[in-house]
Design a protein around this ligand. Sequence first.
Ligand code: ADP
Ligand code: MG
Length: 697
Amino acid sequence: MNSIPELFGSMVFNDVVMKERLPKETYKELKKTIQDGKALDISVANIVANAMKDWAIEKGATHFTHWFQPMTGITAEKHDSFISPVGDSSIIMEFSGKELIQGEPDASSFPSGGLRATFEARGYTAWDPTSYAFIKEDVLCIPTAFCSYSGEVLDKKTPLLRSMEAINTQALRILRLFGNTEATRVVTTVGPEQEYFLIDKEVYDKRKDLIYTGRTLFGAKPPKGQELEDHYFGAIKPRVKAFMEDLDKELWKLGILAKTEHNEVAPAQHELAPIFTNTNVATDHNQLTMELMKKVASRHDLVCLLHEKPFAGVNGSGKHNNWSISTTNGVNLLDPGKTPYENAQFLLFLTAVIKAVDEYQDLLRVSVATAGNDHRLGANEAPPAVVSMFLGTELTEVLQAIDTDSAYNGQGKTEMEIGVDVLPHFPKDTTDRNRTSPFAFTGNKFEFRMLGSSLSISGPNIVLNTIVAEELDQFADILEKADDFTTALNKLIKDTIKDHKRIIFNGNGYDDAWIQEAEKRGLLNLHSSAEALPYFCAEKNIKLFTKHHIFSEAEVRSRCDIMLENYCKVISIEALTMLEMVHKDILPAVYTYIKRLSETALATRQLCPDITCESEIKLVSRLSSLCNSLSNKADNLDKAVLDAKMHTEAAESATFYRDYVFGAMQELRAVADEIEGLVGEKYWPYPTYGAMLFSVR
Ligand code: ADP
Ligand code: MG
């Protein structure tokens, strides 16, 4: 199979395959399930399962798995073969409808945040027919949702599907108010741009910190980093090119719309952007993309680093979540359109997003809060930790004109009349250039730019879908009751702009002055995950999630605990790794170097008694005193890690890790990095920053 169109989707049980392989009636039933979310009849499921199995076996599959997304943030699978014994010594290949629609993995070892006692550990996975089954490494993978038997949600897919349902319901109410009777379903769409690093496997294998934690915990700055900006969009090196070509092919086979690939700002950093698709599928595809990046890299003797901050001193990696709302007939509801009517509808959806982002800044911040991402937000390489919105000059002027009843851009009118006047044309490229904004309108979609590179995009999109659904719900309530729709619409848009314009900021988000200004405007600045995460359980947020049936209160609380615990565990693993590196490798290496220096000095003096060996002595003395300091800092870290264990309450514990453990880690690193600069390269136990960042040629 050579041609790309033939390759594309060849490992996916997609619509074309279904149409080809299923009896007409079964196909229709299945489509109904997919489109309207109807339950699938077991007799239909049996036929689908059998067709799926035959197709999968033809493609070389021997096993199947329910592929799901537990709270670990990565995907999980347990393989079962198709074999089924007949008689004494032979088998047939079998796959039943029951096996397709429901599975029962043991749920006891997945994080549940205390929701599920181990004695009732049973969980089940249920087929999500809105995301196609696919074959990965000879295994037929069935995308599934994961719940406990008592009904608690244990994964990242179920709430995402629920949030899509919520925004569908509310957006349809709004469309009906505008007289749209055609649209049957509204979905959100996402195109996640994914950043990553590639380094040589040989250097990676020598770094315990990368192996255990995904980031370098030590490392002196190399003479050259990203200051020349010569890597961004630069020519792609042959090994990287070969990797990208191979990756594209693997992604295309799975029907993933990999589109754009280029070098990023930091040395060894790259980006892949797919063409957008509906949020549920985009989320599955992004998880698969991350997995395949790692697998394909290893085939090329490379390692793909998805950590948010693998290297200090150069940019870390993020993920831009391009998000929009559209009808299933393909009308983008965040596209301003050309007629006054389309414009009015656009302005209503736009103001719903503005209100949502302002009222739920905390939730958006929480949705991207991880220990890894804390290194990036606000560090002048990614947006600040303050959530704000960029709308671009033109659109902001339109909103100002509406807010103040004044003329827009000297058009000579006294007022922009919504639903009567046509909005000016917004040139797309002028709206896309503010890279410092956390949440930017880019012509016909929003780009949420605070996500870390390794994050599942599920969390941020659950929040986005739900908060916008909530505002649309409020808007629909008002407009449905209005006597005069146009008057009510005008007032609603105007009031919303007035009340929530503080969230709009078009300036430089990296500027300190903005942080002060944001504070004056009353916007939240949640520096670290430890500060941000407890907001997830704020009363207003529990109300939001329960109202739209995304989570129960217990589920919100358990998720908050899982996130806080994860934050503590990540820092704890990093701290323990540092201690091991110091005691097992760094100190012994420095002692060896000191010994070598001392021996050299002694030998020189024996040979030429008038040579004083000042430089050797100076270095020995400096290194010895730095070792002393390193050892003290290691003791401090050791103590902080022990003390951290005394905190049992999740939020308290997270604060302790941030203030004390993380602080002690930074102090330890500073001394080690200073020592690295003084010790001969062949004595240093790890590849240097230079060796890692420039390892791929
Ligand atoms: P750039 O940011 O480089 O200018 P684009 O704006 O064309 O590129 O697209 C960036 C990402 O946004 C791509 O992944 C693209 O598929 C996605 N995107 C474009 N339109 C939409 C949309 N309506 N909904 C969601 N994502 C979109
Ligand atoms: Mg972009």
